[in-house]
Design a binder for this molecule. Structure first.
Ligand code: 2BA
Length: 109
Protein backbone atom coordinates (compact mmCIF):
# COMPACT_ATOMS: atom_id res chain seq x y z
CA UNK A 1 0.00 0.00 0.00
CA UNK A 2 1.09 3.59 -0.65
CA UNK A 3 0.29 6.93 0.91
CA UNK A 4 0.14 9.76 -1.59
CA UNK A 5 0.76 13.26 -0.26
CA UNK A 6 -0.40 15.77 -2.85
CA UNK A 7 0.17 19.50 -2.31
CA UNK A 8 -2.24 21.30 -4.63
CA UNK A 9 -3.62 24.77 -5.11
CA UNK A 10 -6.82 25.57 -3.25
CA UNK A 11 -8.48 26.35 -6.60
CA UNK A 12 -8.01 22.75 -7.75
CA UNK A 13 -8.66 20.97 -4.47
CA UNK A 14 -12.47 20.76 -4.63
CA UNK A 15 -12.55 19.25 -8.10
CA UNK A 16 -9.73 16.85 -7.26
CA UNK A 17 -11.56 15.56 -4.19
CA UNK A 18 -14.77 15.18 -6.21
CA UNK A 19 -12.94 13.12 -8.82
CA UNK A 20 -11.28 10.92 -6.20
CA UNK A 21 -14.50 10.26 -4.31
CA UNK A 22 -16.36 9.48 -7.55
CA UNK A 23 -13.78 6.77 -8.21
CA UNK A 24 -14.07 5.41 -4.67
CA UNK A 25 -10.74 6.66 -3.34
CA UNK A 26 -10.57 7.88 0.24
CA UNK A 27 -8.80 11.13 0.92
CA UNK A 28 -8.11 13.46 3.82
CA UNK A 29 -7.86 17.17 3.15
CA UNK A 30 -5.47 19.28 5.19
CA UNK A 31 -5.22 23.05 5.09
CA UNK A 32 -1.55 23.85 4.50
CA UNK A 33 0.66 26.84 3.75
CA UNK A 34 3.46 27.04 1.19
CA UNK A 35 6.79 27.89 2.76
CA UNK A 36 7.86 30.15 -0.12
CA UNK A 37 4.71 32.11 -0.98
CA UNK A 38 3.28 31.84 2.56
CA UNK A 39 -0.12 31.35 0.98
CA UNK A 40 -2.71 28.74 1.68
CA UNK A 41 -2.66 25.54 -0.28
CA UNK A 42 -4.20 22.12 0.23
CA UNK A 43 -2.49 18.87 1.10
CA UNK A 44 -4.37 15.65 0.39
CA UNK A 45 -3.50 12.34 2.03
CA UNK A 46 -4.67 9.49 -0.18
CA UNK A 47 -4.10 5.89 0.89
CA UNK A 48 -4.22 3.49 -2.07
CA UNK A 49 -3.24 0.01 -3.14
CA UNK A 50 0.01 -0.09 -5.13
CA UNK A 51 -1.79 -0.83 -8.39
CA UNK A 52 -3.96 2.28 -8.01
CA UNK A 53 -1.12 4.80 -7.67
CA UNK A 54 -0.89 5.49 -11.39
CA UNK A 55 -4.64 6.11 -11.74
CA UNK A 56 -4.59 8.56 -8.84
CA UNK A 57 -1.58 10.35 -10.35
CA UNK A 58 -3.49 10.63 -13.62
CA UNK A 59 -6.49 12.12 -11.82
CA UNK A 60 -4.16 14.66 -10.20
CA UNK A 61 -2.56 15.44 -13.58
CA UNK A 62 -5.97 15.98 -15.18
CA UNK A 63 -7.31 18.14 -12.36
CA UNK A 64 -4.46 20.33 -11.13
CA UNK A 65 -3.16 23.15 -13.27
CA UNK A 66 -0.06 25.30 -13.12
CA UNK A 67 -0.54 29.02 -12.58
CA UNK A 68 1.75 32.01 -12.38
CA UNK A 69 1.85 33.86 -9.09
CA UNK A 70 3.82 36.80 -7.82
CA UNK A 71 5.96 36.17 -4.77
CA UNK A 72 5.85 38.76 -1.99
CA UNK A 73 8.97 40.81 -1.26
CA UNK A 74 11.49 39.18 1.02
CA UNK A 75 13.23 41.27 3.67
CA UNK A 76 16.89 40.83 4.54
CA UNK A 77 17.35 38.59 7.56
CA UNK A 78 20.20 40.29 9.38
CA UNK A 79 20.71 43.82 8.18
CA UNK A 80 22.08 46.21 5.57
CA UNK A 81 24.20 44.63 2.87
CA UNK A 82 22.26 41.37 2.89
CA UNK A 83 20.70 40.23 -0.34
CA UNK A 84 17.10 41.14 -1.17
CA UNK A 85 15.03 39.09 -3.53
CA UNK A 86 14.17 41.51 -6.33
CA UNK A 87 10.45 41.71 -6.96
CA UNK A 88 7.93 41.31 -8.41
CA UNK A 89 9.19 37.75 -8.70
CA UNK A 90 6.90 35.59 -10.77
CA UNK A 91 6.82 31.88 -9.99
CA UNK A 92 4.94 29.01 -11.57
CA UNK A 93 2.95 27.09 -8.98
CA UNK A 94 1.79 23.55 -9.49
CA UNK A 95 0.00 21.57 -11.03
CA UNK A 96 0.84 19.56 -7.88
CA UNK A 97 3.73 18.42 -5.73
CA UNK A 98 3.29 14.74 -5.02
CA UNK A 99 5.09 12.40 -2.65
CA UNK A 100 4.42 8.65 -2.77
CA UNK A 101 5.37 6.81 0.42
CA UNK A 102 5.31 3.12 1.16
CA UNK A 103 2.93 2.33 4.01
CA UNK A 104 4.10 -0.08 6.69
CA UNK A 105 0.72 -0.48 8.35
CA UNK A 106 -2.89 0.47 7.64
CA UNK A 107 -5.10 -0.11 10.65
CA UNK A 108 -8.69 0.95 11.23
CA UNK A 109 -9.81 0.74 14.84
P1 2BA B 1 5.39 27.32 -1.91
O1 2BA B 1 6.51 26.88 -1.01
O2 2BA B 1 4.61 28.51 -1.48
O3 2BA B 1 6.03 27.54 -3.36
C1 2BA B 1 5.27 28.11 -4.40
C2 2BA B 1 6.10 28.15 -5.68
O4 2BA B 1 7.22 29.02 -5.50
C3 2BA B 1 6.70 26.79 -6.07
O5 2BA B 1 5.76 26.05 -6.83
C4 2BA B 1 7.92 27.22 -6.87
O6 2BA B 1 7.59 27.55 -8.20
C5 2BA B 1 8.35 28.50 -6.18
N1 2BA B 1 9.39 28.28 -5.17
C6 2BA B 1 9.31 27.53 -4.05
N2 2BA B 1 10.44 27.61 -3.34
C7 2BA B 1 11.26 28.42 -4.02
C8 2BA B 1 12.58 28.92 -3.80
N3 2BA B 1 13.30 28.56 -2.72
N4 2BA B 1 13.10 29.77 -4.72
C9 2BA B 1 12.40 30.14 -5.81
N5 2BA B 1 11.14 29.73 -6.07
C10 2BA B 1 10.58 28.88 -5.19
P2 2BA B 1 5.71 24.48 -6.69
O7 2BA B 1 7.08 23.91 -6.82
O8 2BA B 1 4.66 23.99 -7.63
O9 2BA B 1 5.25 24.18 -5.19
C11 2BA B 1 3.92 24.42 -4.74
C12 2BA B 1 3.82 24.11 -3.27
O10 2BA B 1 4.11 22.72 -3.06
C13 2BA B 1 4.83 24.84 -2.41
O11 2BA B 1 4.34 26.13 -2.08
C14 2BA B 1 4.92 23.93 -1.18
O12 2BA B 1 3.80 24.13 -0.33
C15 2BA B 1 4.81 22.55 -1.82
N6 2BA B 1 6.13 21.99 -2.10
C16 2BA B 1 6.83 22.10 -3.25
N7 2BA B 1 7.99 21.41 -3.18
C17 2BA B 1 8.00 20.86 -1.94
C18 2BA B 1 8.94 20.03 -1.26
N8 2BA B 1 10.11 19.63 -1.82
N9 2BA B 1 8.65 19.64 0.02
C19 2BA B 1 7.49 20.02 0.60
N10 2BA B 1 6.56 20.80 -0.01
C20 2BA B 1 6.82 21.22 -1.26
Amino acid sequence: MKLIFAVVQDKDAGRLIDQLVQRNYSATKLASTGGFLREGNTTLLIGVEDEDVEEVLNIIRDTCHSRKQVAPPVSPVSGPGDAYVSYPLEVVVGGATVFVLTVEGYIKI
